[in-house]
Design a protein around this ligand. Structure first.
Ligand code: ADP
Ligand code: MG
Length: 337
């Protein structure tokens, strides 16, 4: 029996702002624990969030670069859940009305054939803090410097069919956010991390199988390995008479396997509702036009231009993939002779 793999990714990108999304605390990485969380990030009673305009502009910048619709009006919602690293008891996110809807990112498939990955949406949200389990022998620490850091969550349609597709898509989005200056994309520091939703179905079927979600993949190599393991696991499970359950799993790179973490919540478990502390976000047409005018030449356009200047495809690819390198090359060409 032959099987088809179906993959959709949710990528969390830390936006390159100096301060948090709803407070004036700095976002710089590496400060001593709990020195960069103010009363808003700590969820003190009676404090009010104030939206960071730059975070909104960076989200619009990304949306325009992927040909998405920019919502003239979007809404922040409370996503309610309890976790020690979430003192407020809810995360501020966007739900029904995200700032960016649709759009696409183009990749090539395993055979090198061009393929379009549709985006569902990209929404703004705040990051949570972190529970630290390896610092104290008998206790866990709570680190809230990351709480309130602005994130753009980029959600794809389930358009990928192989682990290779997923890794190439992730690289494309990574390249794009760095090019645009939307994020530093630093994967070791958690600025760019990915959840992979994976299911399998019988070849030829057009209904989706039950998916498992593999959380927090922060390397291109691990995403491929995690998906390949997960696909084998699901196929073995079904072929031996079992069924895939919808759940959240984590990838253990040392053992090269995915393990169940928790049952998957449904949207209605979170009791989303519009955050009464925040007004709807209105982005004027003139702001969108100004951001569109400020977009740099995008990586694909740049590669095409470099090739048209006589560079080989691989050369154009290497130069084009990093903006600073390509800028340097252009400057050298401009100053030649
Ligand atoms: P959440 O994970 O927060 O519940 P969604 O239901 O919107 O959010 O789905 C998230 C991701 O899962 C999307 O990228 C979507 O393309 C992907 N996805 C949904 N159903 C499947 C499926 N059956 N197989 C693989 N990916 C899926
Ligand atoms: Mg998800």
């Amino acid at each position: 029996m032959s099987w088809e793999t179906v993959i959709g990714l949710e990528i969390h990108v830390q936006l390159a702002t100096e301060s948090k999304i709803f407070s004036s605390a700095p976002t710089a990485y590496g400060a001593a624990p709990n020195t960069q969380a103010n009363v808003v990030d700590l969820g003190f009673p009676g404090v009010l969030p104030v939206l960071n305009e730059e975070a909104v502009k960076l989200a619009v910048r990304f949306g325009l670069a992927v040909d998405a619709e920019i919502a003239g009006r979007s809404v922040f919602a409370r996503k309610n859940y309890f976790y020690p690293d979430l003192p407020k008891g809810y995360q501020i996110s966007q739900y029904e009305l995200p700032i960016v809807a649709g759009g696409h990112v183009d990749i090539v498939d395993d055979e090198g054939v061009p393929k379009t990955i549709r985006l569902t949406r990209a929404h703004l949200e705040e990051d949570a803090g972190k529970s630290v389990h390896d610092q104290f022998p008998t206790q866990s620490g709570i680190e809230l410097n990351r709480a309130g850091t602005p994130l753009l969550e980029i959600v794809s349609e389930p358009d990928m069919r192989t682990a290779g597709d997923a890794a190439r898509y992730m690289r494309k989005v990574h390249e794009l956010v760095r090019y645009l200056g939307v994020s530093d994309g630093n994967m070791q520091e958690g600025s760019f991390r990915c959840d992979a939703n994976v299911s399998v179905r019988r070849a030829g079927s057009d209904t989706l199988g039950t998916r498992a979600e593999i959380k927090n993949l922060n390397s291109f190599r691990f995403i491929e390995k995690a998906i390949n393991f997960e696909v084998e696991r699901q196929i073995d499970l079904i072929e031996s008479g079992g069924a895939v359950v919808q759940e959240t799993r984590l990838y253990d790179a040392d053992l090269d396997e995915t393990r169940a973490m928790r049952g998957k919540e449904e949207a209605n478990d979170y009791r989303y509702f519009p955050d009464p502390d925040l007004l709807p976000v209105v982005v004027e047409e003139s702001t969108i036009a100004a951001i569109r005018d400020s977009l740099p030449e995008l990586p694909e356009q740049r590669r095409a231009r470099l090739e048209s200047m006589g560079l080989k495809t691989e050369e154009a690819d290497t130069l084009g993939s990093q903006r600073a390198l390509a800028d340097y090359f252009d400057a050298v060409v401009e100053n030649a002779d």
